[in-house]
Structure formats: structure tokens, C-alpha cells
Design a protein around this ligand. Structure first.
Ligand SMILES: NC(=O)c1ccc[n+]([C@@H]2O[C@H](COP(=O)([O-])OP(=O)(O)OC[C@H]3O[C@@H](n4cnc5c(N)ncnc54)[C@H](O)[C@@H]3O)[C@@H](O)[C@H]2O)c1
Length: 426
């Protein structure tokens, strides 16, 4: 590669499960072959630093990939984020635990870096407002990863809705069941006080909001759940959560969605996780299952542990291409590549003086821009507040959106006074 080839230098904050599943294959691919687009020409993506709590997993990864990432630094400990921000990086990707996204995102944006954050972007609207404002001030992109929007089945769903083939969704349900290894070992360090809905229901909230909106209004949110397996039955950590969100159309018809999540299910699922949806329209019903897409495989002694019985190859899998190349691909990786293409377009997709127009065009993409994440963050903030009250024995709360008292207002049964969670309009 010529030294003059444009490049994007990347700092990765959080080097856990999702880094290894989706970011690592992308960085490995782009270390071998630059991104290419006719507007930008080749753009090299250069993994410059990994930041994590202990640096151990990162060290093992860099050792395995020593030939690809010769200069990548492994930063850990309390000063690591500051060290990263001072480095000459153009992009910061954030895959830390759900409640630790805001601080690195704010630091990176304040330093003028483009930012990509794993879902859920942040846990409340004040944080979201601050990040969106910083991104606008600094003239950079701030985006969030919602890979389910790139699932071919969900793209098809949205196409049918957009084209008016499926008309007016009325209600639906989604169920996302994670194996207990997630809550029991994978996330043990940060599980206290967390819940499986913030972690995974958010995928479907974005799918619903993006696919069936934007011409409707978020109206109210309720939730309940169970405790006692991951943590004590009277503690703040949730095993499973059932929530309901109601939207209102301009003609006052309502649409209601129930999402059930749990991370205490058997580890020997035939597929890694269990995810299904049903959406009911004025003129149709859409049923989908993440892993029951036709493939079922049994390998003696190896399924369903090492290999899955009903795998979702669309998300992320290693393929031996017919032409001999071996690569990991799927929508889990595609969504990250797409973000880097957007950054490359902003920085290198035309003359410098037209950068503001390119930036604006990429900021207007509602599938991933932080500014378009308001309704999802509002749902998360409401959910977190309802569960927090529930953990204190104050169950049955409801959060109303954009009512007379404010943007997000929590009502508790038997208490006349309401709690304003967020004053401005959502
Ligand atoms: N896109 C998806 O479908 C998907 C799937 C899984 C996880 N996620 C999201 O990705 C994020 C990370 O999940 P994971 O499964 O990789 O978690 P993980 O526990 O496997 O890894 C977390 C990483 O963050 C690091 N970390 C923790 N606190 C930190 C801090 N304060 N500063 C710097 N680094 C810190 C840890 O050292 C570790 O490297 C979560 O927000 C999760 O919801 C997304």
C-alpha cells in the first residue's frame, strides 16, 4: 500500500465477546485489503489501539494476530482511555458493558473523533443529547450498531412495509432468550444491577421503530420481571423481563408490542440464542425465527456446543468461498463495515470543501445515527427507571411519553405525585 493511501486509524474500547465476533473479523479483513469505493478510492483501516479493563484478552488476541497488527497498542487500566484520546486516531469504536458507553463516547467526540457505539447507545436522554450536540459541534459522526436492521429478512420486512404491501402494524411480540452462560459467566463482572431487556430487547425496539415509524408517537411503557437466579430475589439484578410499549398513530389508533427477554436459559440451545417475532398488520401477519431458517445439522459430540444445530449463518459465520478464499461474513460484520464506509465517504469521498455536505448526508441516515436513537433511548430510560422502582418493591409503574408533565414521566400505583425522568419533548 502506498503511504499516501488515505487511512482511518481506529481505537477500540472494549475487547470482549462482541469485539471478537464482529469487529475483529472486520479489522482482520481490512488489514489485508483496504476498503474501496468509487468515490473514495482505496481507504486503509488501521487498528491502532485496543483499550480494555485488564488488557489480557487483548494481549492474547494481538499475539494470535501478530502478523496483521504489528503496531497496535494494548492499553488497559484507569488511564487507558485518556492515553487513547491523545493518540492520533480518527475513529473510536465502543463495545464496553451497556452502562459504560457514555464516558468513552463523550471523551472521543470531545476530541473530534468519529464514534461508533454498540447498542444500547446510552441509558438516558440527557446523555444522548450531550453526545449528539458534541458530534454536531465537532463535525464528526456518532453512530450506534443495530445489526438486525441489516438482516436480509428484516430488510425484506421493511421493504414490504415501505411499499405498502403490508399495511399498518397493530401489535406484535418478540422473544429473545439468551443462554445462562451470558449472565452466569460471560458478563459476571458487570451483571450486578443489569437486566436482559436493556441488553437485547433494544434490538427489536429499533427494528420496530425504524421499520414501522417514523410517523407515529411513542405513548407509554410498562415492564415487569423476575429475580432470584442471577442475583438475590430482592436485589437489583434481573433474570428476565417482560415489557410492553405502546405507540399512537396520528389518527389515534394504537399499536402495542410485547418483548420478553431472559438470560437464564439452558446453555444447550440448539442455536446460540432463541429469537422470534410476530407482527400483525391490518392485512397480514409476519412470523420470523432467527435460527429456524432451514438449516439443521447434527455432528456427533460437537452439536449443540461447539457447532449449533440450527445456526443463523446470516449473522456471522466463516465461509470457504467457492473461489477458495476463506472469510467471516454476515450482517453482524457488514454493519460495522458500512459505518467505516460512511466515515471514509465523509473524509475522502470528494473535495475537502464539500465535506460538510457529505457529513450531513451521513448524519441523516436514521438507521444508525445517534440523533435518530431518541425513541429507543427513551424506552431504555423508562425501562431502567421502572425496574429500579420494581427492585425497591414499587412495582407496576408506567412511563408516559410526551404527556402534559414532560417528555418521560413515571407514574407509580397508589402515589399521586409523578416523577419526571426527562423534561423536554422526546
Ligand atoms: N451487536 C450485538 O448484537 C451485541 C452482542 C453482544 C454484545 N453487544 C454489546 O456490546 C457491548 C459489550 O458486550 P460484550 O459482550 O463484548 O461484553 P464483554 O463483557 O464480553 O466485554 C466487555 C469489554 O469491555 C471492557 N471494559 C469494561 N469496562 C470498561 C471500561 N470502563 N473501560 C474500558 N473497557 C472496559 C472489558 O475489559 C471487556 O474487554 C455491550 O454494550 C453489549 O450490549 C452487542
Amino acid at each position: 500500500m502506498q503511504p499516501s493511501t488515505p487511512q482511518l486509524r481506529v481505537g477500540m474500547v472494549g475487547v470482549g465477546m462482541i469485539f471478537e465476533e464482529t469487529y475483529a473479523p472486520f479489522f482482520e479483513q481490512t488489514a489485508r485489503e483496504p476498503l474501496y469505493d468509487s468515490t473514495t478510492g482505496p481507504v486503509q483501516v488501521h487498528l491502532t489501539a485496543l483499550v480494555s479493563r485488564t488488557g489480557q484478552r487483548a494481549a492474547r488476541y494481538l499475539e494470535r494476530q501478530a502478523s496483521l497488527f504489528t503496531t497496535c497498542r494494548n492499553l488497559s487500566g484507569s488511564d487507558a482511555l485518556r492515553a487513547l484520546i491523545q493518540m492520533p486516531v480518527d475513529v473510536v469504536c465502543i463495545a464496553t458493558p451497556d452502562h459504560r458507553h457514555f464516558e468513552p463516547a463523550r471523551a472521543a467526540l470531545a476530541a473530534g473523533k468519529h464514534v461508533l457505539i454498540e447498542k444500547p447507545s446510552v441509558l438516558n436522554l440527557n446523555e444522548l443529547d450531550e453526545l449528539v450536540q458534541l458530534a454536531r459541534q465537532q463535525g464528526v459522526l456518532a453512530k450506534v450498531v443495530y445489526h438486525k436492521l441489516l438482516d436480509p429478512d428484516h430488510k425484506r420486512l421493511r421493504t414490504l412495509v415501505h411499499d405498502g404491501v403490508l399495511r399498518h402494524v397493530n401489535n406484535g411480540y418478540c422473544s429473545l432468550l439468551e443462554p445462562k452462560s451470558i449472565s452466569g459467566s460471560q458478563f459476571a463482572e458487570w451483571i450486578t444491577g443489569r437486566n436482559p431487556a436493556t441488553y437485547v430487547a433494544i434490538h427489536y425496539w429499533k427494528l420496530i421503530d425504524f421499520t414501522f415509524g417514523p410517523n407515529w408517537f411513542l405513548d407509554r411503557i410498562t415492564a415487569t420481571g423476575q429475580r432470584g437466579l442471577v442475583g438475590p430475589a430482592d436485589g437489583p439484578t434481573w433474570d428476565s423481563v417482560q415489557m410492553q410499549v405502546v405507540y399512537r398513530y396520528p389518527d389515534q389508533r394504537e399499536a402495542a408490542f410485547d418483548i420478553h427477554t431472559s438470560w437464564v436459559n439452558p446453555d444447550n440451545f440448539p442455536g446460540y440464542v432463541e429469537q422470534e417475532v410476530q407482527f400483525r398488520f391490518d392485512n397480514g401477519v409476519w412470523n420470523a425465527h432467527q435460527r429456524k431458517r432451514g438449516v439443521e445439522v447434527t455432528i456427533e459430540g460437537r452439536t449443540p456446543g461447539e457447532y449449533k444445530t440450527t445456526p443463523n449463518h446470516h449473522y456471522n459465520a466463516e465461509f470457504l468461498e467457492p473461489w477458495g478464499q476463506r472469510r467471516r461474513r454476515g450482517y453482524g460484520i457488514e454493519v460495522i463495515e458500512r459505518f467505516f464506509r460512511e466515515v471514509a465517504y465523509v473524509e475522502y469521498g470528494g473535495p475537502r470543501h464539500e465535506r460538510p455536505q457529505r457529513l450531513r448526508a451521513m448524519q441523516q441516515l436514521e438507521y444508525n445515527d445517534l440523533a435518530a436513537d431518541r425513541r429507543c433511548v427513551a424506552i431504555v430510560q423508562a425501562l431502567e427507571a421502572i425496574l429500579e422502582h420494581g427492585a425497591q418493591g414499587r412495582s407496576g409503574c408506567l412511563v408516559r411519553v410526551n404527556g402534559p408533565m414532560g417528555g418521560l414521566v413515571l407514574y407509580e400505583p397508589g402515589r399521586p405525585e409523578a416523577t419526571i425522568l426527562y423534561g423536554p419533548t422526546v
